[in-house]
Each structure stands twice: as C-alpha cells, then as structure tokens.
Design a protein around this ligand. Structure first.
Ligand code: SAM
Length: 196
C-alpha cells in the first residue's frame, strides 16, 4: 500500500480507534495493567521517550502521566489531532511523521516505544537500526506486537530475529492476560524489551 493510502486508511479509523479497550484504555482495569506493564519495562522517570506510530496518543499520555517526556509521531493527521486533544499540560509533543524514518534527534532518547506498528512496516531491520540510532547509549527499544487471529502481525520469534539482524538483544514478555485486551485472547501478543 502506498503511504498516502495508509494515511487515509488510518485517518478513517481515528474517530472510533479508542473504542477498543487496549486503544482507548478507558476501562480503569485495562488502563491499570498497561500502566503497571510500562512501569515495569521503562526506566525511572523522567525518561525521554519516542512513541512511534503513536495513534491517538493513549500510551504517550500514560507515560507522560508517569512523569516521562514523550514525543509521539504518527502518519495520520486525524490520529495526531486526537492525540493533541489528550495532551493537556503534560510533557508531550505530537507530530505528523513517518515512523520508518523518524525526523527526531539521534542519540537523544532513553526509550523508543512502538506498539502495533513494526509488523506493518517495510524493511523492518533497516527501520529498527534507525530507531536504535535515536537511542542514547544505554537506551532501550520497547515493542508491543502480536500475531493476531486475523492473520496479520509478527510472531515473537520473528520479532526476535529482526532484532538480532539489527544487532540487538530481545527479552520477550507474553501478554496473554485478558485484562490487557478487555477480553480473552487465543492468539500471540507480547512485549519485547531490547536493551543492547
Ligand atoms: C494499530 S495503530 C497503533 C497506535 C498506537 N501505537 C497504539 O498502540 O495505540 C497503528 C498506528 O500506526 C500509524 N502508522 C502506520 N504506519 C505508519 C508510519 N509509517 N509512520 C507513522 N505512523 C504509522 C497509524 O496511523 C496508526 O495510528
């Protein structure tokens, strides 16, 4: 799909995107488990975090509420509009841009976080190397991905292989509990932390 088509497709999703429990985190129980998960796998606040393909900014906002400084980037103007509406006075910026080649400063971030976007990007190893270039020397990648029952996605072993090809380690944390998703799941969902 051409980038303009991808942008239009996600623009069309933006208005109802947060209706999914894991997207909007409107249910306090769902919000709580994602908050706990992020606290477990992010450095102590305040860290500088790039949230690539940030969508409506739900995770960006959650991380900013934890005291982190977050820069969210998304291809879709409609997603960014919704993200900005959530920013309030939190330490957040949101910008339209391509997560494949982020226009962000090199060696500046403690964390590059990306949820449910890597699987769809072309040349993922090249992209991962670009993301690593954004990190400070001790920085980490935090990726949330899945291999969904729809047939789309990226298996955890494939994600680990991509990271290895980019010269990175990977610790996989399965996310099987229904509370993350607001329902029971039978497909593969996980978080990966890559610290070096
Ligand atoms: C499944 S949503 C995930 C949103 C957010 N990460 C979350 O987990 O709530 C995918 C998002 O990636 C964005 N996206 C897709 N391709 C992109 C690209 N090349 N650069 C930036 N954003 C992209 C879409 O606009 C959409 O907002």
């Amino acid at each position: 799909m051409h980038r303009d088509e991808i942008r239009e497709a996600w623009d069309a999703e933006a208005a109802q995107f947060d209706d999914q429990p894991d997207h909007g985190l409107r249910d306090p129980a769902v919000r709580k488990v994602w908050g706990t998960l992020l606290r477990q796998h992010l450095p102590a606040a305040p860290a500088r975090i790039a949230d690539l393909g940030c969508g409506t900014g739900t995770l960006s906002v959650l991380m900013a509420e934890h005291g982190h400084d977050v820069d969210g980037v998304d291809l879709s103007p409609m997603m960014i509009t919704r993200a900005r509406a959530k920013a309030r006075d939190l330490p957040l910026t949101f910008a339209e841009g391509d997560a494949s080649a982020p226009d962000l400063p090199a060696a500046f971030y403690d964390v590059v976080l990306c949820r449910h976007v890597l699987w769809a990007l072309l040349e993922p190893v090249v992209v991962l190397r670009r993301w690593v270039d954004l990190l400070r020397p001790a920085g980490r990648l935090v990726l949330v991905e899945g291999s969904w029952s729809t047939g789309a996605g990226l298996r955890a072993d494939e994600c680990v292989e991509l990271l290895a090809a980019a010269g990175r380690s990977a610790d996989v944390i399965p996310l099987r509990e229904s509370t993350y998703w607001g329902r029971e799941i039978s497909d593969e969902r996980y978080l990966v932390v890559s610290q070096s």
